[in-house]
Design a protein around this ligand. Structure first.
Ligand code: SF4
Ligand code: SF4
Length: 123
């Protein structure tokens, strides 16, 4: 089974809203609770409730090549349906040179639905 290990890409690629403490973090900014070497600093806390509902495609599907680990390729994705026919993507074009190319390759494996935004480019 795959593990996040040194990756924390979803903690800045997705917008964060933690209602309990009225904390918001926009797309592209690291959540203030992230510990860069060890992941979420509040994982055992109720604060991370919202994040526990995010199912990272790379983590779930071991058939997706290892090179697409989000902190290696700059793309985070999640499946949009149970059969994993569609996915939603977030691409970090700022910090990863080949992220657009990686996203194109990932789209070949799992397309994005037309009515779902394919990318959220990190500013
Ligand atoms: S992007 Fe995926 S692999 Fe990386 S920290 Fe988030 S859940 Fe883990
Ligand atoms: S609360 Fe934890 S898991 Fe959620 S974005 Fe912040 S650091 Fe990441």
């Amino acid at each position: 089974m795959r593990e996040c290990g040194d990756c924390t890409e979803c903690c800045r690629s997705l917008a964060v809203y933690i209602k309990d403490v009225n904390y918001k973090s926009p797309i592209g900014k690291y959540c203030k609770y992230v510990k860069k070497d060890s992941g979420c600093g509040v994982w055992n806390d109720d604060k991370s409730r919202h994040c526990k509902r995010f199912y990272c495609g790379w983590l779930l599907n071991e058939k997706v090549p290892a090179k697409y680990k989000p902190n290696k390729c700059g793309v985070v994705f999640k499946y949009e349906d149970q059969n994993r026919n569609y996915a939603q993507y977030w691409v970090n074009e700022r910090d990863f040179k080949n992220s657009k190319k990686s996203m194109k390759e990932l789209l070949q494996l799992t397309p994005a639905r037309e009515n779902i935004r394919k990318t959220k480019v990190i500013a």
